[in-house]
Design a protein around this ligand. Structure first.
Ligand SMILES: Nc1ncnc2c1ncn2[C@@H]1O[C@H](COP(=O)(O)OP(=O)(O)OP(=O)(O)O)[C@@H](O)[C@H]1O
Ligand SMILES: [Mg+2]
Length: 244
């Protein structure tokens, strides 16, 4: 069932890494130690605790893949902060073929991307479901982008898409990602969602405390283990958590 676009399955590092942030993050050290980062031809999930470096990796991949650092497509050229990805200067994408289209969907700067779309000459809203993304709820506008803007033969980076989505919304996104993977698309998704991670056939790369980046089964992935543990015994876990 799983296939995918397979545009780029290896992004190699260009040493030496400078001795400063973000190169001192454990996961970035690990990527340099391995000489690069391997991606699934279909869907790769990055999981890891807050601050483990998922967005740092994803932003660098976005720049290396030619997308706008703050979200959007390769032809999105807005910037609200004088930001750059130092890591991207030390990564090289080993392309197998080029995608027809691409998009970097970031929860934290989606508002700016939506404004950019609205201000495009001619309205620019056609590929986004025809309505201003600002007239939709946060989750609705996310799903509009995935349903209307994403298409076959695309390369897509998503940073915590679940931040905007209900459980139903996550299931709708999972379905959309599966459909697009079958239509030669490739995804890299940073997520904490045990629902999105359930996509069959995806590669789950888990960032551990020491920065190890390990392919992990669904049942062993931390968001799944911790959520399952909590839902199985919420009363006991809450007693422990809230005890003096
Ligand atoms: N300019 C900076 N200088 C030093 N440390 C930084 C800087 N910017 C970010 N960091 C740190 O880098 C680490 C990785 O951040 P990143 O945003 O990649 O984490 P993340 O895995 O995406 O977390 P989350 O799940 O909360 O989104 C964090 O500990 C963050 O505090
Ligand atoms: Mg993040």
């Amino acid at each position: 069932m799983a296939s995918g676009g397979g545009f780029v399955t290896w992004v190699r590092t260009e040493p030496p890494p400078p001795d400063e942030h973000p190169f001192t993050l454990p996961v970035v050290r690990e990527v340099f130690a391995r000489g690069g980062i391997g991606l699934d031809p279909g869907v790769t999930f990055l999981v890891g605790d807050n601050g483990s470096g998922k967005s740092t990796l994803l932003e660098a991949l976005a720049v290396v893949f030619g997308m706008n650092l703050e979200g959007g497509s390769r032809n999105f050229r807005f910037s609200t902060r004088p930001e750059r990805s130092a890591l991207a200067d030390h990564l090289v994408a080993c392309w197998k073929r080029r995608p027809r289209t691409d998009f970097f969907l970031r929860a934290e700067s989606f508002y700016n991307a939506a404004t950019y779309v609205e201000e495009l000459p001619g309205g620019g809203l056609g590929p986004y479901g025809g309505r201003s993304l600002h007239e939709r709820s946060h989750g609705e506008s996310f799903l509009d982008v995935a349903l209307h803007r994403f298409g076959p033969d695309g390369l897509y980076l998503l940073d915590e898409p679940e931040a905007a989505l209900s459980v139903r919304g996550c299931l709708a996104l999972l379905r959309r990602v599966a459909d697009l993977r079958a239509r030669r698309c490739q995804f890299v998704v940073a997520t904490h969602s045990p629902i999105l991670l359930a996509l069959p056939g995806a590669l789950i790369l888990q960032i551990d405390e020491d920065g190890a980046l390990t392919p992990t089964g669904y049942d062993e992935a931390e968001p799944v283990r911790l959520t399952r543990g909590f839902l199985a015994e919420p009363d006991r876990l809450l007693r422990e958590l809230l005890a003096d």
